[in-house]
Unconditional design. Structure first.
Length: 569
């Protein structure tokens, strides 16, 4: 544990500042007691030093070019426009076309009105249900469970049509496995085996067809609902199924069930605190699995956490919820401007990059990653906003901008954070596999699972293995150059920044492989960047700019600690 009278290293700062509450995150290599709160440091701010004024000049010169380059490539006058213009759609901003070609984001963007209507119906029926409640009974929110179950059934059949029966059968079998094996040593094995098999079967048989059971059931395949491909998003449901089963298993095996604390409780404590066994009922299980604000896309809440919040009074304020709604709208408008002025997805999908310089090609990759970040952030924040308005506070999934990361570990702790919290919890994967005692092996197994959980494809599997491989340099650097030994040296911060540049390049590579252009695309891009002196010069200049950016990130983390900020994200 570092003393309070010395400067923290950038990696220690990342570990401290990234935590939203004490002991929320399992640290990978730095042992920081759960009672430690980020507090003011005695380091002198560098914002007004000559070094940082030089950095400001670099930002002022480089950042506009990073924006102007993709805008130029997206001009109708550009020579490659004809190759991807078929991917564009009529837009609504200043007469521009919009690049709505990403299928995943298109399904959210086009259905925003329907989602607003669905959430409005939820609150209307919730209000009507509340009118029937006696004002002197049930001070907690458990009384809402029957309403949640009823609305969930209607929503489920509206979304999936007759395929809702398939979902119901799966969750009923999982409930039976959980109830009849809970408390036995074989329970985790049966839970994981069943749910893994379901994910594999869903992918293999594309959600199954009723006609394959009997020709007379073919009519059921025609009752599809608004979102017939239920199996595409079932991986989110699978995490809830495992969560209920494992939480029930640990509730039985623990010596006693303590009554839930009605006061303020941090996320990890809510996840690990068991409830009386009566709370692990089918009614609560059903409400948790299909909780409407979080069913479609998350964020992920564990069963124990969900029940804790239902048993407690709502402490969220409308002021904080309104502020979160404004943040969501700002992000949505940002995405709209990007899609109207930067046709990066269309260029990437059609490979319309012939003749691009190294700088132009790299901007195609960079802005595709920014779009990936935004297209995931927006649905997650919409559904989290819905949950917050209902009084349930799930974890924020994106707690830092994609371009504000220099640590590989820090990046994965702030990207899809609710999933990360689920994985590194004491109950499900990371800790049972060995956790901090065996970081590398645990990380390889976890990222393999994460890749297969996303999609049974080689591209995602390659991504998982690349991510695991790219964790090694940071682990080695932490061991060879510990802050406790070298932190007082003037050169230490700059060496850390060089390591941060390497981390950023490897993270960009891994995510381009997994979520943008695949292994073939990254091979082409790397070849274009390294096969000529122009490309090599650009790579060197990019490393210099990233070095500047990392130094600013270091100081930004320091500033957060000086102010004693625990980010609410």
């Amino acid at each position: 544990m570092p003393s309070d009278d010395r400067q923290l290293s950038p990696l220690e700062i990342e570990d401290l500042v990234d935590r939203k509450q004490p002991s929320w995150i399992v640290k990978f290599t730095v042992d920081i007691p759960s009672s430690h709160q980020p507090q003011a440091t005695n380091t002198t701010p560098r914002w007004k030093t000559p070094e940082f004024f030089f950095y400001y000049v670099v930002f002022i010169l480089v950042t506009p070019v990073m924006v102007w380059t993709p805008v130029t490539l997206s001009s109708p006058e550009h020579r490659n426009y004809q190759y991807y213009k078929r991917k564009l759609s009529p837009g609504w901003l200043f007469g521009r076309q919009v690049d709505n070609s990403d299928a995943q984001y298109r399904s959210f963007r086009n259905n925003i009105p329907a989602l607003i209507l669905l959430s409005s119906a939820f609150f209307l029926f919730k209000f009507l249900h509340g009118l029937r409640r006696s004002p002197n009974t049930q001070p907690d929110r458990i009384y809402l469970i029957p309403f949640i179950c009823g609305f969930s059934i209607l929503m489920l059949f509206g979304l999936h049509g007759a395929s809702a029966l398939k979902v119901l059968i799966i969750i009923f079998i999982n409930y039976l496995i959980s109830r009849y094996t809970g408390g036995n040593t074989v329970s985790p094995f049966f839970l994981w085996a069943f749910n893994s098999l379901v994910l594999f079967a869903n992918e293999t048989y594309s959600g199954y067809r009723f006609v394959s059971l009997h020709p007379s059931l073919e009519f059921l395949d025609n009752i599809q609902g608004a979102y017939p491909q239920w199996h595409v998003s079932f991986n989110m449901t699978m995490l809830r199924l495992v969560s209920f089963g494992m939480d029930y298993h640990w509730a039985i095996t623990q010596a006693s069930q303590e009554e839930v604390n009605q006061g303020i409780m941090p996320h990890k404590q809510r996840t690990n605190s068991t409830h009386p066994l009566g709370m692990y009922s089918f009614k609560n299980y059903f409400a948790y699995i299909f909780y409407p604000p979080l069913y479609i896309a998350g964020p992920i809440v564990t069963f124990n956490d969900f029940v804790w919040q239902m048993r407690s009074r709502n402490t969220l304020t409308w002021k904080s919820i309104a502020a979160y709604a404004v943040r969501f709208l700002v992000c949505l408008l940002t995405m709209e401007f990007v899609l109207h002025y930067m046709y990066m997805v269309a260029i990437k999908d059609t490979k319309a990059w012939d003749g691009f310089s190294a700088a132009e090609l790299s901007m195609v990759g960079f802005w595709n990653l920014i779009i990936v970040w935004l297209k995931l952030l927006l649905p997650w924040r919409f559904f989290r906003l819905w949950a917050l308005a209902d009084g349930v506070d799930p974890p924020e999934n994106m707690v830092r901008c994609m371009a504000n990361n220099y640590s590989t570990f820090g990046f994965w702790k702030s990207w899809h954070r609710s999933y990360n919290l689920w994985i590194v919890s004491d109950r499900y994967i990371y800790i049972p596999l060995g956790g901090t005692r065996n970081v590398l092996v645990s990380s390889v197994l976890i990222f393999t699972f994460v890749a297969l959980w996303h999609d049974l494809s080689f591209k995602l599997l390659a991504w998982g293995w690349l991510v695991s491989l790219f964790l090694v340099p940071e682990l080695v650097a932490r061991a060879v150059l510990p802050q406790s030994k070298f932190g007082a040296q003037r050169w230490y911060r700059h060496v850390c920044a060089v390591g941060g540049v390497f981390n950023i390049l490897t993270m960009l590579t891994a995510n381009l492989v997994g979520f943008v252009i695949g292994t073939d695309g990254i091979s082409y891009m790397v070849g274009q960047l390294t096969d000529s002196w122009e490309g090599i010069r650009f790579v060197l200049f990019t490393c210099f700019c990233l070095f500047v950016g990392v130094q600013v990130m270091f100081e930004y983390r320091e500033e957060e600690l000086r102010a004693g900020i625990v980010r609410k994200c």
